[in-house]
Write a protein that binds this ligand. Structure first.
Ligand code: C2E
Ligand code: MG
Ligand code: MG
Ligand code: MG
Length: 278
């Protein structure tokens, strides 16, 4: 009967929910273990100047080397880390590893290289976030101007009072502040007026098929001009083809990042890239 069917559907739904929760709890426990076992590794993707074709910066991207499951992408575990609060210790570990690596590269002669680090909203919105950053910069003796923090619109729009203070404190230190995935959010642009941001990263979804999509080309040019008139640097992410690179060059975009130049690499492979392109 319909009633039984309804009950069955409900049971299936409940089973799925339980399965989902069990999986999530399992993942949280695993993430905790991964932290204490040091199973996370940073990969680095070059950010290249479109005028000189030199590497000016790298973005740190976390990977999880799971002992049984192999390499797990951040898209899978960062959301779980965010919902469980584990993003704070994970985020601090990422900042520290990235700065330690930058220190090593500086010592190898890549003295002006910039390091970009993704910061989750919850982490950024901790009241002492700017202190944490300052302490880590002091500890690693990396100049603040060589650190760029990648924030999302989401982080900036959660709590304007504190957000503004944190951003100003970080800027006073000299830290660069970028908006990641720019162009796909739903918010108004007015935050660009209030906040001392230095960089826009154009979301990768605009970069595919720019040959066929005139509107994507128009949006990319508009964002580049917007950044220019706000005196911000602009980086295109997800650049996969020569055509896209040429288009960005023609539109006077500052930097590009993407598979066309290089995927994210382990530190030793990035060493080789730096020797050739820094
Ligand atoms: P994101 O910060 O926007 O990073 C760019 C993503 O695009 C990276 O994915 C990168 O591997 C990928 N990518 C680079 N070049 C290309 C390309 O040419 N084509 C395409 N299709 N993709 C490209 P990944 O490493 O899987 O990271 C996904 C997201 O996870 C990141 O997006 C970021 O939001 C988050 N994430 C990564 N590492 C961290 C971290 O240490 N902390 C936090 N809070 N989030 C992180
Ligand atoms: Mg990013
Ligand atoms: Mg992005
Ligand atoms: Mg993203």
């Amino acid at each position: 009967s319909a009633k039984e069917k309804g009950r069955n559907t409900y049971c299936v739904y409940e089973d799925k929910m339980n399965e989902y929760l069990t999986e999530k709890i399992y993942m949280i426990n695993n993430l905790r273990k991964a932290l204490s076992n040091d199973e996370f590794e940073l990969y680095y993707q070059p950010q290249v100047c479109l005028k000189t074709n030199k590497i000016i910066g790298v973005e740190a991207l976390i990977r999880w080397n799971h002992p049984d499951e192999g390499l797990i992408s951040p898209a899978k575990f960062i959301p779980v880390a965010e919902s469980s609060g584990l993003i704070i210790p994970i985020g601090e570990m990422v900042l520290e590893k990235a700065l330690q690596q930058l220190k090593m590269w500086r010592n190898q002669g890549f003295s002006e290289l910039r390091m970009s680090v993704n910061i989750a909203a919850q982490h950024f919105n901790q009241s002492h976030f700017s202190n944490t950053v300052q302490t880590m910069l002091e500890k690693t003796q990396v100049p603040a101007k060589q650190l760029e923090l990648e924030l999302t619109e989401n982080s900036l729009l959660q709590n304007t009072g504190m957000t503004s203070n944190t951003l100003h404190t970080l800027r006073r230190l000299g830290v660069h502040l970028s908006i990641d995935d720019f162009g796909i959010g739903y918010s108004s642009l007015s935050y660009l007026r209030h906040f001392p941001l230095t960089t826009l990263k154009i979301d990768k979804s605009f970069m595919n098929n720019i040959n066929e999509k005139e509107k994507d080309r128009a949006l990319i040019s508009s964002i580049i001009h917007l950044a220019g008139s706000l005196d911000m640097k602009v980086i295109a992410e997800g650049v996969e083809t020569k055509e896209t690179m040429h288009f960005l060059k023609q539109e006077k975009c500052d930097e590009m990042q993407g598979f066309y130049f290089s995927p994210p690499l382990r530190a030793p492979q990035l060493d080789q890239m730096l020797k050739q392109y820094y």
